[in-house]
Ligand binder design. Structure first.
Ligand SMILES: Cc1cc2nc3c(=O)[nH]c(=O)nc-3n(C[C@H](O)[C@H](O)[C@H](O)COP(=O)(O)OP(=O)(O)OC[C@H]3O[C@@H](n4cnc5c(N)ncnc54)[C@H](O)[C@@H]3O)c2cc1C
Length: 482
């Protein structure tokens, strides 16, 4: 009896020692990517699609489930999801020719557009219109709207269609719980060790943080990130217009509380990004869905004194239907003669459950690389969405990082070494920084009703609007053709 107890104990202790040993010996990989957002999946797909880097052993770790993304590929929901981005032609070109994922996009849910109209709530005559239809002559376009989930789904499909020989490992529902430097004497001394919530450890030649604003990888690498919160929220929603707008225009009205963008989707669908103060964002989320479409229409046309009156009524009571009469009465007094021509079509419906809000911030990491570490996407930078550039900057990061890794491989170098990685920072950081500066200044210039600034910006918009040659240059710059 005693003997068998001892044997049982020995066996169970033995097996737990064996398990512990198994857990404590990290698996070795060439590249570990943390984060299965657009940036992480793009990097994984691009590395595996490149004939130079496809042999690298790669693992991607994502904390949440990728099942909804897989499901989208097979059975997309009827209505548009609420996270939608505007992609530049440069990003689309990267996804088409380098990654090869664009062909997996659900093409019925992407909307190409050629025009942007921005106008100022403080000065009715101050507006600027960009007409990019000339780009169509050589097969180009100004920008394209696509759901984040459509982008992620296309990337996942591209990866899952790859030859099993080069297929990477994707671990979803798995969080990174710790990242450690190896102990002295370890055979691969400076390779970081990533500890996962499933008990596994992976030691990697190159660790990439595609893990968003709070990036654990950035913290591990002790890379400082600087910036500020805007004390503004981006309220998003999927809406329906009165009918399909064949003009395919992205509208943006600059209100002092923040810009309201109304961006085209297919048929009568559109999406809004309404940057707003914390108080206003609460009102926008809580307003009765029968009132919300008219509230958007009001914000696209009425003066801010009227808007503040309406906001206050809705703050007190989000279901106050008398607001509808207020809006109608104020709109009849507007006397806008070119309403149909120069303004967005009326909004008639908001899709149930599509309203959500996100805190807006600016943050930029001091560098994108450290020994054996690289950052891409929001882990490296977050930017105000008024110019729709965040995800596009992430695509630029991925393209540049893959280029640097390819060069390293071709030269027989260690892909985690600073010599390979640093060109990525010097290639991407300055351009991203300049773009973030422009977005930040635009936010600041337009979020004031101080008369001198209102005058100068109105004068600037009106003047710029008259110079087609300057606008053509700006169109080329927006579409990445410059
Ligand atoms: C309102 C709004 C409108 C926008 N509009 C546009 C636009 O028009 N055009 C544009 O280009 N950009 C736009 N953006 C920005 C764009 O949405 C982001 O830049 C982009 O989604 C960031 O992608 P990412 O993959 O870098 O990060 P994320 O999407 O944040 O992905 C990070 C991933 O890392 C995972 N992760 C984090 N920590 C861990 C961990 N410990 N373990 C495992 N996994 C982890 C997370 O689960 C997440 O999936 C907008 C943003 C907002 C808020």
């Amino acid at each position: 009896m005693f003997k068998s107890l001892c044997r049982g104990l020995a066996t169970s202790t033995g097996s737990s020692v064996a398990k512990a040993a198994k857990k404590s010996v990290p698996k070795l990989q060439d590249v570990v990517i943390i984060g299965g957002g657009p940036a992480g999946l793009s990097l994984l797909a691009a590395l595996k699609a490149s004939s130079v880097t496809s042999h690298l052993k790669c693992t991607l770790v994502e904390g949440s489930s990728l099942e909804p993304i897989r499901k989208f590929g097979q059975d997309p929901p009827e209505e548009y999801t609420n996270r939608v981005v505007s992609l530049t032609p440069k990003s689309v070109e990267f996804m088409s020719s380098k990654i090869g994922s664009w062909e997996y996009m659900n093409q019925e849910r992407v909307k190409f557009y050629d025009n942007i109209v921005a106008y100022d709530s403080q000065d009715r005559a101050a507006r600027i219109a960009f007409d990019g239809s000339s780009l169509a002559e050589d097969g180009g376009f100004l920008a394209v709207m696509a759901e984040n989930i459509n982008i992620q789904s296309s990337l996942l499909q591209r990866i899952e269609a790859m030859d099993p020989e080069v297929a990477p490992r994707i671990l979803d529902n798995t969080k990174v719980v710790d990242i450690q430097s190896p102990e002295e004497g370890s055979p691969v001394e400076d390779w970081p060790i990533v500890k996962l919530s499933n008990g596994e450890s992976i030691q990697t030649r190159l660790l990439v943080g595609a893990d968003g604003y709070n990036s654990p990888v950035r913290k591990y690498a002790r890379i400082e990130s600087r910036g500020w919160m805007y004390n503004r929220w981006g309220v998003v929603a999927t809406i329906k217009l009165q009918y399909e707008d064949y003009r395919s225009i992205a509208w943006q009205r600059f209100l002092t509380t923040g810009p309201l963008a109304i961006l085209p989707l297919t048929e009568e669908n559109a999406t809004i990004v309404w940057s707003s103060t914390p108080e206003l964002s609460d009102i926008l989320i809580k307003t009765n869905p029968a009132i919300f479409p008219e509230l958007v229409n009001a914000a696209l046309t009425l003066d801010e004194v009227s808007l503040n009156f309406i906001y206050e009524k809705l703050r007190v009571n989000p279901d106050d239907m008398s607001v509808l009469e207020d809006i109608q009465w104020r709109q009849t007094r507007l006397k806008i003669t070119d309403l149909e021509e120069n303004y967005p079509l009326p909004v008639v419906e908001v899709i149930e459950g599509s309203r959500a809000k996100f805190p807006l911030k600016l943050s930029h990491a001091d560098t994108y690389t450290a020994p054996r570490v690289a950052l891409v996407g929001d882990a490296a930078h977050t930017v105000h969405p008024l110019a729709g550039q965040g995800l596009n900057m992430g695509q630029g990061d991925v393209e540049s990082l893959v280029g640097a890794i390819e060069k390293g491989v071709l030269r027989g170098m260690d892909i985690g070494s600073p010599l390979v990685l640093e060109p990525y920072t010097s290639d991407q950081w300055p351009g991203n920084h300049a773009l973030m500066g422009v977005c930040d200044k635009l936010h600041k210039i337009f979020s004031t009703d101080w008369a001198p600034i209102v005058f100068v910006r109105g004068f600037g918009m009106k003047s710029l609007n008259m110079f087609d040659s300057v606008k053509d240059l700006m169109i080329k710059s927006i579409s990445g053709k410059l």
